[in-house]
Design a protein around this ligand. Structure first.
Ligand SMILES: *[C@@H]1O[C@H](CO)[C@@H](O)[C@H](O)[C@H]1NC(C)=O
Ligand SMILES: *[C@@H]1O[C@H](CO)[C@@H](O)[C@H](O)[C@H]1NC(C)=O
Ligand SMILES: *[C@@H]1O[C@H](CO)[C@@H](O)[C@H](O)[C@H]1NC(C)=O
Length: 215
């Protein structure tokens, strides 16, 4: 324990010199994300089979956050910090989970599962916040990202009609899962395959049926 806090202090110092570039994904973060991954592995059953065929829910278009969005943002925003994308991932997916839960009646067969998923997501978010110095969360976001953030946090009745999309719960959780592998690749990669999870084309080759059509 003592050792842990010592290394946190040390990292705090390093961040001042080279913000986030060297941010490690600490072991506790990986434990939390792997637990989340375990819950997500049942998504076909709970998010597809337990819903009517072709069931969709209404989400903000920015809540459709896929691997292709990550590569586009990396191209668009110079020196985009991984931490910024990770924060966005948490922001997007807390909204997604909220919307999925909202459509399920209390006795829906996936209700408990989804509540557990949300609770594990919260746990991971808690660890995420604790593993970084608070100043990092106060840093200004790049404009493109801030715009997305603002739209995501807008009052639902102020969101223009054209911003809504329909997506199936399963496809939303597929995005949730694939982007998690990409943004927290240290927790999921094997030895040297670090960036592979972020590659859209590679994933397409590997698991075609997991891919959902655009929106
Ligand atoms: C994440 O879950 C998938 C099953 O959906 C499993 O194949 C994979 O090994 C898990 N990854 C880790 C790092 O736990
Ligand atoms: C579900 O969607 C597919 C593809 O759009 C369509 O072919 C199928 O008829 C739909 N099924 C039902 C039950 O609506
Ligand atoms: C991801 O891309 C889709 C389509 O290109 C877009 O509608 C959506 O807003 C993007 N998501 C984010 C979080 O930017």
């Amino acid at each position: 324990m003592v050792q842990t806090s010592a290394s946190v202090c040390l990292l705090g110092g390093l961040f001042l010199i080279a913000p986030v570039l060297m941010a490690p994904t600490p072991a506790r973060m990986c434990t939390a994300l792997k637990t989340l991954n375990e819950t997500l592995s049942h998504r076909r059953r709970y998010m597809k089979h337990n819903f009517p065929i072709n069931y969709t829910i209404r989400v903000h278009h920015n809540e459709i956050f896929k691997l292709s969005n990550i590569s586009k943002m990396r191209l668009k925003v110079e020196d985009l910090d991984e931490l910024v994308l990770q924060r966005l991932w948490f922001q997007v997916n807390q909204g997604v989970l909220k919307k999925i839960i909202r459509v399920m009646p209390e006795r829906h067969p996936s209700r408990l599962h989804t509540a557990q998923l949300e609770s594990r997501f919260r746990d991971a978010e808690g660890v995420f916040v604790q593993s970084h110095p608070a100043e990092l969360f106060q840093q200004e976001l790049p404009e493109t990202i801030q715009d997305i953030w603002d739209r995501l946090t807008e009052e639902p009745d102020r969101v223009p009609e054209s911003s809504w999309r329909f997506a199936s719960p399963k496809s939303l959780l597929d995005n949730f899962c694939h982007t998690m592998y990409c943004l927290f690749s240290e927790c999921f990669a094997g030895t040297d395959a670090q960036r592979d999870y972020c590659s859209v084309s590679r994933r397409r080759k590997g698991g075609k049926k997991d891919l959902q059509p655009e929106s």
